[in-house]
Design a protein around this ligand. Structure first.
Ligand code: C5P
Length: 399
C-alpha cells in the first residue's frame, strides 16, 4: 500500500516532538526524519546523546530542527533556559530515533545518568521508540526482555526493519524509514473509539442470540489506528482475537453494554462502529435454563436494541468530530449505504457486500466508502489493508 503524501496527515496538528537521537550508524536518518517533520509543520526539539554526537553533529541537527540541541544534563546554560524536567514535558510526545540497545536498557530499568535517559524517566508524555542496532544485539534475550518491559510500560515501537546492516550482517535491526516514523505519529494525541465483533444477547443463562461476525475487520482497524499513534479504545463483543498492540480493549456482551462502554470512552476525536450489533434482544431474559417439555418451544418476545452508531452521531458536545459506520449489505449496496448515511447521521459509511461468502469471517474485504462528498470503491484486499487505508483516511480527516 502506498504511503500517504507526506505532510498531509500531520500538517496542521501543531504537534511538538522531543526527538532523542541515540548513537548508531542510523543516526543520520534522524536528520531526514527531522526535515520531514518540520516540512509537515511539526515542531522538533532535539536531544543528542554523547554517542549520537559521534554520528551526527549538533549543528546539522539544530539547523534542520530550527531549534537548539540539548546535550548535557549538567549544562548550566541549558538548565537556566529550560530545566530538564520541563524539557521532558515540553512536547506532545517523545520520539527516540535511533533507540539503541543501551537507551532501551536504561529506559526499561529506570536508569537516569544522562539527559536522554533522565528525560525518558521524567516525561509524562507518550513515547515512541524506533530501535536500530546490530541483529545479534536486537535478538539478544536482554534486549528482547527490555523491549517487553517497555511495551508493558506503554512505550510504542516502530521497527526495526529487516535487511542488510552497516556491520555486514543481515536481519532485524534496521531503523524504520523516516516516512514510516512520521506516519506513526500522525494520530498522536487523538482518541478514537472502535466497536467490533458481534454482540451476544442472552435468552437464558446458557443461550444467546448472536451473529457470525468474527471481529477481524474491526480489530484490524483498531490496530491500524494505534499504529498511527492514536489512543484507541476497542469496545469488543465476544471474539477469539488477541487485542492489537497498543489498544485498550473493553469486553462487552450485549448491545446495551456496548453502548455504555462506548459512551464511557468519550470524548473521542473519532468513532468507528464496526460491530455487528444485534438488532433485537429478548424482552425478559429467563432466569433459569429453559427446558424442553410438554408445553412445546418457548415464545420469545424481542425488543429493539439501542443504535450505537446513531446515538454517537447525534449532535451534541460529546459527538466525535468524525463518526464512521459500517454497512453489511447483500443488494443495492450503494443506494442502501447512502440511505444509511442519512438515516444514522454519521459522516462516512464503509459498505461491504456480504452476499459474497468470503467476506464474513474471511481475511479479505471489498468496500465502498460513502461520504457526503461521494463514493469511493476499494477493490478486494486483505482486511488489514482496508484497515490501514481507512486509518490513513481518518488521519487526514482529523488533521
Ligand atoms: O443498521 P445496520 O445494522 O445495518 O447498521 C450498521 C452500522 O450501524 C454498523 O456501523 C454498526 O456497527 C452500527 N450499529 C450500531 N448499533 C446497532 C446497530 C448497528 O452501532 N444497534
Amino acid at each position: 500500500m502506498s504511503r500517504i503524501e507526506l505532510g498531509k496527515g500531520i500538517a496542521g496538528l501543531s504537534k511538538r516532538v522531543l526527538l532523542i537521537v541515540g548513537g548508531g550508524v542510523a543516526a543520520y536518518k534522524a536528520l531526514e526524519l527531522t526535515r520531514l517533520l518540520r516540512k509537515a509543520g511539526v515542531g522538533v526539539r532535539p536531544i543528542l546523546t554523547r554517542a549520537g554526537a559521534q554520528f551526527v553533529t549538533p549543528l546539522s541537527l539544530s539547523a534542520l530542527a530550527e531549534d537548539k540541541v540539548y546535550q548535557d544534563l549538567f549544562s548550566l546554560t541549558d538548565e537556566s533556559e529550560m530545566g530538564h524536567i520541563e524539557l521532558s514535558r515540553s512536547a506532545d510526545l517523545v520520539v527516540v530515533a535511533p533507540a539503541t540497545a543501551d537507551l532501551m536498557a536504561k529506559a526499561a530499568n529506570g536508569l537516569a545518568d544522562d539527559l536522554a535517559s533522565t528525560t525518558l524517566l521524567a516525561t509524562d508524555k507518550p513515547v515512541l521508540m524506533a530501535p536500530a542496532m546490530n541483529v545479534r544485539m536486537w535478538l539478544n534475550p536482554a534486549t528482547q526482555r527490555n523491549l517487553k518491559t517497555l511495551q508493558d510500560d506503554g512505550v510504542r515501537f516502530i521497527g526495526p526493519g529487516e535487511g542488510p546492516m552497516a556491520c555486514g550482517e543481515f536481519g532485524p535491526g534496521r531503523l524504520a524509514e523516516p516516512p514510516a516514523i512520521c506516519e506513526a505519529i500522525m494520530l498522536a494525541g487523538k482518541r478514537v473509539v472502535v466497536t467490533a465483533g458481534p454482540t451476544a444477547e442472552p435468552i437464558d443463562p446458557v443461550r444467546v442470540l448472536t451473529n457470525r461476525s468474527s471481529g477481524k475487520q474491526g480489530y484490524a482497524i483498531a490496530g491500524a489506528l494505534a499504529e498511527l499513534g492514536a489512543e484507541v479504545t476497542l469496545v469488543s463483543g465476544p471474539t477469539a482475537l488477541p487485542a492489537p498492540i497498543g489498544v485498550k480493549r473493553v469486553w462487552v456482551e450485549t448491545a446495551v453494554d456496548m453502548l455504555e462502554a462506548t459512551k464511557a470512552a468519550l470524548p473521542a476525536d473519532a468513532a468507528v462502529c464496526v460491530a455487528a450489533v444485534a438488532d433485537w434482544r429478548v424482552d425478559q431474559v429467563f432466569g433459569l435454563k429453559l427446558k424442553k417439555g410438554k408445553d412445546g418451544p418457548p415464545t420469545l418476545t424481542l425488543v429493539e436494541n439501542p443504535d450505537i452508531l446513531a446515538t454517537l452521531s447525534a449532535s451534541g458536545p460529546a459527538r466525535p468530530k468524525l463518526v464512521v459506520g459500517f454497512a453489511a449489505e447483500t443488494d443495492n449496496i450503494e443506494a442502501n449505504a447512502k440511505a444509511k448515511l442519512a438515516r444514522k447521521g454519521c459522516d462516512w459509511i464503509v459498505a461491504n457486500d456480504v452476499a459474497d461468502a468470503w467476506v464474513m469471517g474471511g481475511d479479505e474485504n471489498a468496500v465502498l466508502l460513502v461520504t457526503k462528498a461521494g463514493v469511493d470503491r476499494w477493490e478486494r484486499a486483505a482486511k488489514t489493508d482496508v484497515a490501514r487505508r481507512l486509518a490513513l483516511k481518518i488521519a487526514e480527516a482529523l488533521a
